[in-house]
Design a protein around this ligand. Structure first.
Ligand code: GAL
Length: 991
């Protein structure tokens, strides 16, 4: 039985005691004191401990110190428990609204000073910006009240309990409460006081709240002001000095909308803000307003009359050391990074961020979908039986959450849509939230993805719909049914703007097909883009028992119930490193598009409203990746939505090398988020003269050498290659396996697009079943003719009759070694293959292979459905940097369309490889790694990879695409690698 002290943990009512109504988070000159800093702290295993700690004379000398804000599970080296990661699952029995007696409970205490002159304040308020999950507050022993809503602000009136001088505040925080049932977001459970605590003096005659609703219409701005203040607080003055506005309202009844001339609009591209103050004699509030009008017209979502395309990221608040504790500098750098990668929108998944984040979004320029702190996903398992979203007992809790969400952040021009929450099923409480928003803020539409049938929301939203399905949503003629909709409901949804609140699950290596989704946005105006899942990995920095640091995911803290590495699905690794997927994203959504046509290029400006006056255009010509000419391009200013045709520069074309023109659109001047010269958009034009693939003219030069037989730089024993250019080499052996990506391990049901996949079974599982990771070889024949060595092998796996015949022919052409490999699968292979490659193992010896220089696609890894960021050029990298440190090791490092490759050791070339296109013009790619695919597949974390004494080069005739199947569609058929015969032809020379 819960004690009298803890019964409230099962109470669905959101607030008790002296809680004040929600209001904006304002920058006021009224006095306040931050209570951030060290607090005394004690952790108890249950909620039922006595509350005597809150009494005034309580002796807390035996307690610890803990910083506020922080999460206790990230402090104390495990002494205060460990983080738990679950996606959908509840880490406690599903017994709503009850939670177990085992309920870690943190008691916090600290002293604080109230200045003597605060006695003039009308009221003293104690504000908590974020406490997970339920907390109760005492001041000087008086019980003040309690609240839940972890990522929401709560203010208590403590006027009658504080006194000038020393005061004691005590806070009890329970990890689990009824609120936990509606905070089941896919993230770490991180209890504690994790946002700011502030004590505020509210002056008599002050401004309790203010809301400046702005609009923009053809150069004219509107400000509609809502002031919450006592009658005695008037007059109220609004000043907007930059536009010469000073408006005094003598009484509340006088407050009226203002029209302002000569206004520049606010947009995510040109985030023009104006400083405003709203003052009474007692208090002045500083705001930054942006003028913009949000509107839905038919199936279009418009800001200032123009259609918005969301190139967005789902942004959680997560940091490897701080968890959800906000750090402004880090957040600003993160947002600046988004801007540098052409991101223009943020969905605050799945709760309001720290309030300062919205100031930054206003200032740097993002379209924001501001989401309420609400998710009940764990009820899905029960067929949504008992879901709070449709239970009247929870109605007030739901309304409280949306009120706190909207009221806190209503002044931000960046917020263009309110979102009710995420994955909370559907029900009347959600409809009630929507109705409340509609009544309170007619200027912004309501979003909630779970309203599939469109009963109470203004935009149609989906997550992870396939390319085909998304296209059908954008199309009117289609009768294709929409998810969970009757035909009539589907028709209703098609009358609304559509957005993908989540798509392209960026877990591990991937996603593919970003360009296919983007193409749809430009074909079907109803489709307004979407938000990648998600911006960053949620890894928590920790160490192995021997002190090796690593980024932990679910299960690494010994959780009983967890969801593994599903929390590592960002475009940024935990340590802020952008993955290749973010570079791909940047290229796919670049706001300037180039279309080459003869000796001209059409330059289209795809932005919402900004012209190209902030850009310069730079070109360069390279021959086989070597710069031969460059210059600036004269481009007229192109208005948003327009394009201009511009002559190309003179391009010197090489006869014996590839000729490529590259054009970059770069920033002409420094911005708040990037340096002058930062590349916004790029395009390449291949102007190479066609050259025939050289025919093979074999020469004879067999030499016996030291028990082996040599042909040029190659030495063989019994038909097997043993050395190249004097260095030991094993292989080439057929490699069909890649360390499965998280997408390869995905087992979604959605497979209609790729008939080689099996619903509910991952491709990785099928590969393991077929033994692709454990192939064995049987040499069928070795035949040495006067001018070549030909070997034929049969490659197959234990207990399988499937096989691949590999024929290798070594010869000498023009004094250089040539290898031709024919790869021919037997009948009967049913699955897709991860790759069709040949692997060379290069043991370290005296000069280990530790780098590569190449001419081909680069600089980063690329795959058939993720090629847009890759450009043709000459690149170099250390072997280390060729691989990406995905949180769970997996396939990485493939460079596509290789022409020339030099393997290097300490900067010096040791082996040179030239590739040839096959008869269909396809070039191989390569991977150079310190680990084999089989070794990588064994490791759960980077630190589990074994020490290596060998470098492994894989030359791939083909790789399977990436797809998004960890949570979404499989690889698109065109990029799925079905077993097929392939040829690899290489020239190999010494360094
Ligand atoms: C969605 C959910 C996200 C996240 C994602 C998978 O269904 O809204 O919170 O769980 O799937 O990573």
């Amino acid at each position: 039985m819960p004690s009298q002290h803890s019964a409230y943990v099962s109470d669905t009512a959101p607030e008790r005691g002296a809680l004040r109504a929600a209001r904006s988070w304002l920058h006021s000159d009224a006095p306040s004191r931050s209570l951030n800093g060290l607090w005394r702290f004690r952790l108890s295993p249950t909620a039922s401990v006595a509350e005597d700690f809150a009494a005034e004379g309580f002796d807390d000398t035996g307690w610890d110190d803990i910083p506020v804000p922080s999460h206790w599970v990230l402090r104390g080296d495990g002494a205060y428990g460990r983080p738990i990661y679950t996606n959908v699952q509840f880490p406690f029995p599903i017994d709503p609204p009850h939670v177990p007696d085992e309920n870690p409970t943190g008691d916090y205490r600290r002293h604080f000073e109230v200045p003597a002159d605060w006695s003039e304040a009308e009221r003293v308020v104690l504000r908590f910006d974020g406490v997970e999950s339920l907390f109760k507050v005492w001041v000087n022993g008086d019980e003040i009240g309690s609240a839940s809503g972890s990522r929401l602000a709560h203010e208590f009136d403590v006027t009658s309990s504080v006194r000038p001088g020393d005061n004691v505040v005590s806070v009890r925080v329970h990890q689990w409460s009824a609120a936990s049932y509606v905070e089941d977001q896919d993230q770490w459970w991180l209890p504690g006081i994790f946002r700011d605590v502030t004590v505020i003096a509210r002056p008599a005659g002050g401004i309790e709240d203010v809301w400046l609703r702005t609009g923009f219409d053809n150069g004219r701005g509107q400000v509609e002001t809502e002031v919450t203040a006592d009658a005695a607080a008037f007059p109220v003055t609004l000043r907007l000095p930059e536009l010469g506005v000073e408006q005094v309202w003598a009484t509340a009844a006088d407050v009226a909308p203002l029209d302002v001339d000569g206004v520049e609009p606010w947009s995510a591209e040109r985030p023009r803000l104006y400083d405003v103050t709203v003052s009474t004699a007692a208090e002045s509030i500083a705001l930054r307003v942006g003028f913009r009008t949000v509107e839905i017209r038919g199936d279009r979502f418009l800001v200032n009359g123009r259609r918005v395309v969301f190139h967005g990221m789902n942004r959680h608040e997560t940091h490897p050391e701080r968890g959800r504790v906000f750090d402004e500098e880090h957040a600003r750098e993160d947002l600046a990074r988004m801007k540098r990668f052409n991101v223009n929108a943020i969905r605050t998944s799945h709760y309001p961020p720290h309030p300062r984040l919205l100031d930054l979004a206003d200032e740097l320029g993002f379209w924001v979908v501001l989401e309420c702190d609400l998710e009940t996903h764990g009820f899905d398992k029960l067929g949504w039986v008992g879901n709070p979203s449709d239970d009247p007992a929870w109605r007030e809790a739901y309304l409280d959450r949306i009120r706190r969400t909207v009221e806190r952040d209503k002044n931000h021009p960046s917020i263009v849509i309110w979102s009710l929450g995420n994955e909370a099923g559907t029900g009347t409480n959600l409809a009630a939230m929507s109705a409340w928003v509609h009544a309170r803020d007619a200027g912004r539409p309501v979003h909630y993805e779970g309203d599939h049938a469109g009963e109470y929301t203004d935009v149609y939203s989906r997550m992870y719909s396939s390319v085909l399905e998304t296209e059908q949503i954008g199309t009117d003629g289609s009768r294709a049914p929409l998810l969970n909709c009757t035909p009539a409901q589907g028709a209703r949804q098609r009358t609304k703007p559509f957005l993908l609140c989540e798509y392209a699950h960026a877990m591990g290596n991937g996603p593919g097909a970003l360009d296919q989704y983007e193409a749809l946005v430009h074909e079907h105006p109803r489709l307004h883009g979407g938000f990648i899942w998600e911006w960053r990995d949620h890894g928590i920095l920790t160490t192995t028992p021997d002190g090796t640091p690593f980024y932990a995911y679910g299960g690494d803290f010994g959780e009983v119930v967890h969801d593994g590495n599903f929390v590592m699905d960002g475009m940024l690794l935990s340590d802020d490193v952008p993955t290749p997927s973010l570079h791909e994203y940047k290229a796919v959504v670049q706001p300037v598009r180039f279309t080459f046509d003869g000796d001209e290029v059409a330059i289209a400006n795809l932005r919402h409203s900004a012209d190209t006056s902030d850009l310069r255009f730079h070109w360069r010509v390279e021959h086989d990746g070597t710069l031969v000419d460059s210059g600036d391009m004269e481009v007229p200013v192109v208005a948003a939505g327009e394009s201009a045709r511009v002559p190309l520069p003179r391009i010197p074309v090489a006869q014996d090398a590839e000729t490529w023109l590259t054009i970059d659109a770069v920033l002409a001047a420094e911005t708040a988020w990037a340096r002058d010269g930062h590349v916004i958009a790029t395009a390449q034009l291949d102007r190479s003269t066609r050259r025939p693939v050289p025919a093979v003219r074999r020469e004879t030069d067999w030499r016996p050498s030291d028990g082996t037989l040599a042909l040029g730089i190659a030495e063989f024993v019994d038909g097997s290659l043993v050395r190249l250019a004097g260095r030991a080499v094993a292989g080439p052996r057929l490699e069909l396996f890649r360390a499965p990506t998280d997408n390869d391990e995905g087992a979604t049901q959605e497979v209609e697009e790729s008939d080689a996949s099996v619903a509910g079974v991952s491709n990785a599982e099928l590969w393991r079943r077929d033994g692709l990771d454990r192939l064995t070889t049987r040499l069928l024949s070795v035949e040495r003719s006067a001018d070549a060595l030909r070997t034929i092998s049969k490659v197959s796996a234990a207990n399988s009759a499937l096989s691949v015949i590999v024929e290798s022919v070594w010869s000498l052409v023009g004094g250089e070694l040539e290898l031709r490999v024919e790869i021919e699968p037997s009948r009967g292979w049913l699955t897709v293959w991860p790759r069709i490659g040949i692997r060379f193992d290069l043991p370290d010896g005296a000069a280990p292979v530790d780098g590569a220089e190449w001419f081909g696609l680069g600089p980063l890894e690329s795959y058939p459905d993720s090629l847009r960021a890759a450009r043709t050029g000459r690149f170099s990298s250390t072997i280390r940097d060729l691989s990406v440190d995905y949180a769970r090791p997996q396939e990485t490092g493939h460079r596509s369309h290789l022409r020339q490759l030099t393997l290097t050791s300490a900067g010096a070339g040791v082996l040179r490889i030239v590739t040839f296109p096959d008869t269909r013009g396809r070039r191989p790619g390569f991977t150079l790694s310190r680990h084999t695919p089989q070794q990588i597949a064994q490791a759960g974390h980077p630190f589990e990879l074994p020490d290596s004494t060998t470098s492994h080069l894989i030359v791939d005739a083909a790789q399977h695409g990436l797809g998004s199947r960890a949570c979404g569609p499989d690889v698109w058929p065109e990029f799925a690698l079905r077993p097929e015969a392939r040829t690899i032809r290489l020239r190999i020379a010494g360094g």
